[in-house]
Design a binder for this molecule. Structure first.
Ligand code: GUN
Length: 280
């Protein structure tokens, strides 16, 4: 039987309506500062999306666009100013940064209470011990999708393919916290298919078109595709062979229209959380 298609776009719209309503009930408007350095075209699109999403939910946003040649000290000074501003609840530095920047030092400079990406080591540590304030946006979006479709990770075997700090590692942690048995696979995992075939919940987060083929998926699995790749024809696609895998899985996310919209929503959710923590 063909899988249920998990509609990330529809769920994101529903979440945004709820966030808008919650924002309206705060005593003050939440504020998000987005910093972009240089002219990476993908980053420009992402930042524009973030500003549009904020506007739609009543969140104040401001953008700081620094030139490609900006210096680390300039960026650190800006972050310091934003850390001290009461009207700004969240600070996001769009990645990647140009080569002259020390990315780690930049992310560490953001006040952990304003770290709406959940990249600061303090927040990563809080996540590890199950005492988070913020959740990393993509893994949190995936968990919200599983919940919406009543896919309970408890007691299931969840396999996460990819071990990035932004997606793979925190995704595994969130699934573990929801009582899944979790396996993390990566580029040096031999016979990947032998592991992915055991997955009740399979999360693909590598960034390699065609990585997950139908023979690597267990009948009835829930398949979540986090990747955003371009295929040979320039079309957006994920890591999963969607057409073939949807005939075998019980649930599957499309690309586009799956995880992507939910990642965007979770930034708004984190900004709302930050505003609440700041007493708004
Ligand atoms: N670049 C690509 N994805 C992200 C993200 O989630 N946050 C930031 N800050 N930069 C990104």
């Amino acid at each position: 039987m063909a899988a249920t298609i998990i509609d990330g776009k529809a769920l994101a719209a529903k979440c945004k309506a709820r966030i808008k309503d919650e924002v309206e009930h705060l005593s003050k408007r939440p504020g998000l500062a987005v910093i972009i350095v240089g002219d990476n075209p993908a980053s420009r699109i992402y930042v524009n999306h973030k500003k549009k999403d904020c506007a739609e939910c009543g969140i104040y946003s401001e953008e700081y666009a620094l030139p490609e040649c900006a210096r680390q000290e300039e960026l650190l000074e800006l972050i310091g100013l934003l850390n001290g501003r009461e009207d700004i609840d969240g600070i996001l530095v769009q990645l990647p940064l140009p080569a002259q920047f020390d990315e780690k030092a930049v992310l560490n400079a953001i006040d952990p209470g304003k770290d709406v990406d959940c990249f600061h080591p303090y927040n990563v540590g809080q996540l590890m011990i199950g005492e988070h304030t913020f959740l990393p946006c993509t893994p949190a979006g995936v968990m919200a999708m599983l919940d919406e479709y009543h896919i309970d990770p408890a007691g299931k075997h969840a396999v996460v393919v990819g071990r990035s700090n932004i997606v793979g590692k925190p995704q595994a942690m969130l699934l573990l916290q929801r009582h899944a048995t979790v396996t993390i696979c990566h580029s040096r995992t031999p016979d990947l298919g032998a592991i992915t075939r055991q997955a009740d919940i399979l999360v693909a987060a590598v960034g390699k078109t065609g990585l997950i083929t139908a023979d690597m998926v267990k009948e009835g699995a829930a398949v979540i595709d986090v990747a955003m790749n371009r295929n040979a024809e320039g079309k957006l696609c994920g890591d999963v062979d969607f057409e073939a895998v949807k005939e075998k899985a019980s649930f599957i996310t499309p690309v586009p229209g799956g995880v992507g919209p939910m990642t965007r929503v979770m930034l708004l959710e984190n900004t709302l959380t930050a505003a609440r923590v700041h007493g708004k």
